[in-house]
Design a protein around this ligand. Structure first.
Ligand code: BTX
Length: 320
């Protein structure tokens, strides 16, 4: 019912619709209408109610609307105004939510990065979303999902903004050497089979500035391009691409075209990098992205290692 009322208001933007008209249209009580309006307002829809006139919906430019995104993607989408973390939310509700459900939030109070780090998620300017997946793959294979997401986000950024997006293995997207997006993949399951995967993606879209430690290391698409970027367009493109690559992967069990994207867009290939593993710090050269999407490094000793673990951080000598 709520969706039907929303659709009605969307089709009557710019005019007031009285509670009585809605009551007759949908055959529910005025109180029920009022309750649905209250819920829609809580979900972030800007609805003006004026006594004796009724309700009017105003859509702000670039507002993320579940209704619209669901239509574009053909998937269940939930949009929150504020949340601790979209990954946490999906984790809490994983049992009840459908496969491939997507949760977005306008802001995150406890946005998370990898290895206990945090992700700055200020209100309204970015894209913060998580996708719930239940593929029939092993834990080992699940590491590839981060690469699939990175490829999708990097391509979507470049297609929508024209900015060159590079992938810093395994989970960051850089523009002009600064971090514009990060991916946090979390897996629940056993080594030979998984319950679910949650892929969380944060993109600094229209973030006006960064302070503190992020000042020199982070950027937004707005700052790089010099004009606002449509979050809606970017989200739909990135999600559509992700699911195309992901379905290809679950079908074929190989990365397919994603491998080429990871290679061509790599920010680390051929460069000296520092490998951080807990307290351990090693320097080497990134020499290959393997067909599995893992990073092969060569140390000064000539010894080579293929890195696949989520417990490793790679830092470029250039400071990114
Ligand atoms: P990461 O561990 O690679 O990066 C975290 C590090 O990046 C931080 O320690 C900080 O230095 C820097 N950083 C923090 N916030 C930002 C930012 N907004 N832009 C650039 N650099 C930043 C990357 O982890 C994975 C991030 C995933 C975020 C998504 S948002 C939706 C979902 N929900 C959630 O809680 N996390 C994911």
């Amino acid at each position: 019912m709520k969706e039907k009322i929303l659709e009605y208001l969307l089709n009557h933007q710019g005019e007031f619709t009285s509670g009585e008209v809605l009551r007759r249209e949908f055959g529910v009580s005025r109180t029920a209408i009022w309750k649905h309006m209250k819920t829609l307002k809580e979900e972030g829809y800007q609805i003006t109610s004026v006594p004796n006139k009724g309700y009017q919906l105003t859509i702000e430019e670039d507002r993320l609307l579940a209704y619209e995104l669901e239509k574009s993607l053909g998937k269940k989408v939930e949009v929150h105004q504020s949340i601790d973390s979209t990954n946490n939310h999906l984790k809490r509700n994983a049992r009840d939510y459908p496969d491939e459900m997507i949760v977005l939030s306008e802001e995150q109070k406890k946005g998370r990065g990898r290895l206990g780090r945090s992700w700055d998620s200020p209100k309204g300017a970015g894209l913060f979303f998580s996708m719930l997946l239940r593929p029939r793959i092993t834990m080992e294979e699940s590491f590839k999902i981060t690469g699939i997401a990175a490829a999708a986000v990097a391509e979507a950024i470049e297609e929508v903004t024209g900015l060159p997006a590079r992938i810093k293995w395994p989970n960051d997207i850089l523009v002009q050497g600064k971090k514009v997006s990060g991916i946090l993949t979390e897996v629940s399951g056993e080594p030979d089979g998984i319950n679910y995967i949650i892929v969380g993606i944060g993109i600094n879209v229209n973030t006006p500035n960064f302070t503190g430690e992020l000042k020199d290391r982070a950027t937004s698409l707005y700052l790089e391009k010099g004009e606002k970027v449509s979050r809606k367009e970017l989200f739909v493109r990135a999600a559509n691409k992700f699911f195309r690559f992901y379905h290809g992967f679950t079908r074929e069990k190989t990365l397919g075209e994603v491998h080429g994207i990871l290679e061509n867009r790599s920010a680390v290939l051929g460069k000296e990098v520092i490998i951080l593993r807990g307290e351990e710090k090693k320097q080497g050269k990134a020499v290959e992205i393997t067909k599995e999407g893992f990073l092969k490094v060569r140390y000064e000793s000539g010894e080579e290692e293929v890195l696949s673990s989520g417990e490793v951080s790679v830092r470029g000598l250039g400071g990114y």
